[in-house]
Write a protein that binds this ligand. Structure first.
Ligand SMILES: [Zn+2]
Length: 369
């Protein structure tokens, strides 16, 4: 299938910088927070995939130095035009930006002007919880502060969802019965963050917005063993867990089947495939197949997890379209679906599912295009 005409709403990404980055391209694609040697980064698949794809859109040879020189020349000549070239190439029409990542300190309004398309925001709860824990604010007092600050942030941004990265901090073993008294008695970080995760879910339920939850691989400060989405099962079975829309960000990868399975078992669980596409490289197709095996297709959302440079947002959309086209072709050849329905599935994954779920978005933005 040819998905080049399918519009893209990037369901999970971050700001990219507003000026030509100074760091070499290979240093901008690593998820490691450690100082990885240049030669290791240059011999990484995601970097080679980026060079190959860039050579096509920049219309130059795939030779590393040639691609880098062409990229430098075009981006330095007119950076906004270069960004537009990338966004238009993949028909990216909108971006849902998680503003929690501090790598790029970017002004919202300037970013919106540069990309010149829809930008919606997600507020990361750890922006507040990290500080409360660091300052050892007593759980009951902390909850009051948290509620006031979140309400304020959601209204002023405005945000269309909350996001939790509790998986990065203490893992996903959420106890749905955690209370202020229990967290105070336990006195440990996991119980403390557990309490605020539940409060975030309550706030989302009240505001009618989804809760995005990091579940998957990620940067080097994450313990993958504690990020299997199956750890969320007790929460999903609790009364609160049944009453909030939960988006499993990054498809739980490498536990992608598990994420899809949870979405197939729970009506209000959804799956976002960002970061799996494009950073899992060879794993992209396997991971998306694992999700699609059981997860209803009107609950899957495309995202890039793009950060710092616009090429990451663009590469995600480009590879996402290729991988999903290949899976849909397989389904058509097998006689499971026809091409008309195949196109409908693609529209759902790349745009419509995210639009339908985030219906509580800024006034006057009912129509997307
Ligand atoms: Zn992210």
């Amino acid at each position: 299938m040819d998905l080049s005409n399918i519009p893209v709403l990037d369901n999970h990404c971050h700001f990219f910088g507003l000026e030509v980055p100074e760091q070499p391209l290979h240093r901008m694609l690593t998820l490691s927070l450690n100082n990885m040697p240049d030669d290791q980064l240059r011999h990484s698949m995601v970097y080679r995939m980026m060079l190959a794809e860039l050579s096509e859109v920049l219309k130059c040879s795939a030779d590393e130095q040639h691609v880098l020189a062409t990229r430098r020349e075009l981006s330095q000549r007119d950076y906004p035009a270069y960004v537009k070239l990338l966004l238009d190439d993949t028909l990216i029409k909108g971006l849902v930006v998680d503003i929690g990542l501090q790598k790029s300190l970017v002004d919202n309004t300037q970013f919106e002007t540069m990309v010149a398309r829809k930008v919606w925001y997600v507020f990361r709860t750890e922006t507040i919880v990290d500080r409360l824990w660091r300052e050892q604010v007593e759980p009951g007092v902390g909850l009051d502060q948290f509620k006031a600050e979140i309400g304020n942030a959601v209204r002023t941004l405005p945000a269309i969802a909350l996001k939790s990265i509790v998986g990065y901090r203490t893992g996903l073993r959420i106890d749905p019965s955690m209370t202020v008294a229990k967290a105070s008695k336990a006195g440990n970080e996991a119980s403390y963050r557990n309490l605020f995760f539940l409060e975030s879910a309550r706030i989302c339920r009240e505001m009618g917005i989804p809760l995005h939850v990091h579940v998957a691989f990620g940067e080097s400060n994450l313990d993958l063993r504690e990020n299997n989405p199956l750890h969320l099962k007790p929460f999903l079975d609790s009364p609160l867990g049944r009453e909030v829309d939960l988006v499993l960000i990054h498809a739980g990868y490498p536990f992608a089947f598990e994420a899809g399975y949870l979405a197939a078992m729970h009506p209000r669980v959804y799956v976002d495939i960002s970061e799996l596409v494009p950073f899992a490289t060879f794993g992209m197709k396997r991971g998306v197949e694992d999700v699609m095996s059981m997860c209803p297709w009107n609950k899957i959302m495309y995202g890039s997890d793009g950060f710092d440079i616009p090429e990451t947002h663009w590469l995600g959309a480009r590879m996402g379209k290729r991988v999903i086209a290949s899976i849909l072709d397989d389904l058509i050849h097998a006689g499971t679906i026809d091409s008309v329905y195949g196109e409908e599935i693609a529209r759902m994954i790349f745009c419509d599912n995210s639009l339908a779920l985030h219906k509580n978005r800024p006034q006057g933005e009912e129509s997307f295009f």
